[in-house]
Ligand binder design. Structure first.
Ligand code: GLU
Length: 516
């Protein structure tokens, strides 16, 4: 039997999760779920300088909002710290796994795959500066490592002395010279890189006794028995190092498969989608709202009023398509249909209009009474009391025009209160000397109407207009102005019937007085 798929989403808690990060999590989730595998959340927080308080909680909450729940790593909204049957590899936060990594770094040194480097940061700065002065760039690699203060050229004794005396040393990977590293990416196919183009990356630092991303990532993927690594394209340049690390640690035979996802691009396709694009063009790039330490707020899809289902659906389509015309997919359907073979290699352009379109589609699919419940919350926040059946009727009239639940207020405020003022351009166009008299006549007829349904109102008004020889446009528009305060909204008869006899008649009197 094939081994069970185990994938992980391994964000660093350096700030709010970008929507590209959520897409990575989503593709991992879909990939795992379609084969009944496990989706694991691991927090890669070994870079204490980039740690941002609240970011981990944000990541957990964002995944939960999207319905992408990890099988391992999280329980009751918290990272699991103690191993259990369900979470055998806890803790899943790398800072709590600190003690695990050193032995692997040492193993690499002992087997000749890595070395100790003692240069101080001042020395390295000086080196960089002197290279720059010559118009060159300093790279810590095979060309320089023998000339620097490393265990490669110091005596065993001297190395031991330096290791025990100070903690300003690091373990660096000894990148092989002129080796063609042959790799495979499930999306991009075969890739080759000559190792001489790569530098000797730091793997472990004595100063904080912490591994760097590369070592911790490989060790944990191995220990957590990860079968497939699906991550952002920005990690593709690290892939040769990761291959070589697997080899050096003796784990080549069961290293994971890799897939690198292309970037999310700006709407015009020119460059990576950034928060600034969102601010400039008016859309969120984060799943949830985020307040940074300076109190600056970045908008989120959730707070902007997106349905999580719509957000997940639109994310799935940023880089994948099913090869058919179908664009609406529930998470369950995505699990069935998703394949890495259909993930595009090129960047995926983000289109804010498409995001709106998705939300509108999900809003239309939602049951009217559910929308009414959601909208009632907004109404009560606004201090508007309203009967749920009435709200449901309002929603059925406005449903087709809304993109977000909050739009119902803008589209239908007049269903809940009489207009406070009137669009004077409509008045200028349609309000005539005889209008008050006409409205009074309409008032009388409406008042006599026994069955105050939309159908009877719809029959009554045009027949009155015809009978009395009034101008259809002028009458309908002034009636609408009386009900709405402007020239928008659903059918006049719909509005009059729904707000009811008493309210309609009072609005007619109100406008007559206002323009008297
Ligand atoms: N911690 C890395 C990140 O923040 C994870 C990269 C990977 O998945 O290997 O993106």
């Amino acid at each position: 039997m094939a081994e069970k798929t185990r994938v992980r989403f391994a964000p660093s808690p350096t700030g709010p999760l970008h929507m590209g990060g959520v897409r990575t999590a989503l593709y991992n989730y879909l990939y795992a779920k379609q084969s009944g595998g496990n989706f694991i959340l691991r927090i890669e927080d070994t870079d204490s300088q980039r740690f941002v308080p609240g970011a981990e909680e944000y990541i957990i909450e964002a995944l939960a909002w999207c319905g992408i729940s990890p099988d391992e790593g999280v329980e009751n909204g918290k990272m699991v710290e103690v191993p259990s049957e369900r979470h055998p590899h806890a803790p899943y936060r790398q800072s709590q796994r600190k003690h695990l990594y050193r032995e692997y770094a040492e193993q690499l040194v002992n087997n000749g795959f890595a070395y100790y480097a003692f240069d101080t940061s001042e020395e390295l700065d000086q080196l960089r500066a002197s290279y720059e002065a010559r118009g060159e760039t300093f790279t810590y690699n095979y060309l320089v490592r023998d000339k620097l203060t490393t265990s490669i050229n110091l005596s065993e004794e001297e190395t031991q002395k330096r290791l025990t005396e100070g903690n300003h040393w690091v373990v660096r990977f000894k990148m092989p010279v002129d080796r063609v590293v042959k790799m495979h990416d499930m999306i991009r196919g075969d890739i080759e890189v000559n190792s001489s183009t790569l530098d000797d990356k730091v793997l472990w630092k004595a100063i904080d006794e912490l591994p760097t991303y590369h070592l911790a990532n490989i060790v944990d993927d191995h220990l957590m028995e990860i079968t497939d690594v699906i991550r952002g394209e920005e990690w593709l340049p690290s892939l040769p190092l990761h291959y070589l690390l697997y080899e050096a640690l003796g784990w080549s035979h069961n290293k994971p498969n890799f897939a690198h996802l292309s970037l999310l691009l700006k709407p015009d396709g020119k460059g990576k989608l950034s928060k600034r694009d969102g601010d400039r063009l008016g859309f969120p790039v984060f799943p949830l709202e985020w307040r940074n330490s300076e109190g600056e707020v970045s908008r989120g899809y959730r707070e902007d009023g997106y349905f999580p289902e719509a957000f997940v659906n639109l994310l799935a389509f940023l880089g994948w398509n099913p090869g058919t015309e179908q664009e609406i997919f529930t998470l369950e359907q995505l699990v069935k249909e998703f394949t890495l073979e259909r993930v595009i290699k090129s960047g995926a352009k983000f289109n804010p209009d498409k995001a709106h379109w998705y939300n509108q589609e999900y809003l239309r699919m939602r049951k009217t009474d559910e929308l009414a419940k959601d909208f009632s919350q907004i109404l009560s926040q606004k201090g508007v009391k309203s009967d749920i059946n009435y709200v449901t009727e309002v929603i059925s009239l406005l449903k087709e025009r809304a993109v977000f639940i909050k739009d119902f207020w803008e589209l239908g405020e007049f269903f809940f209160k009489a207009p406070a003022d009137y669009d004077l351009s409509v008045k200028a166009k349609f309000w005539k000397a005889e209008t008050p008299q006409i409205l009074d006549d309409i008032t009388k007829s409406l008042n006599e109407l026994q069955d105050f349904s939309k159908e009877s109102v719809e029959l009554l008004i045009p027949s009155l207009i015809k009978e009395r020889g009034w101008q259809m446009g002028a009458v309908m528009n002034t009636l609408r102005l009386a009900m709405v305060g402007a020239s928008r909204g659903p059918g006049v008869a719909d509005i009059i019937a729904l707000i009811g006899k008493e309210e309609s008649l009072s609005r007619i009197q109100k406008i007559i007085k206002a323009f008297a």
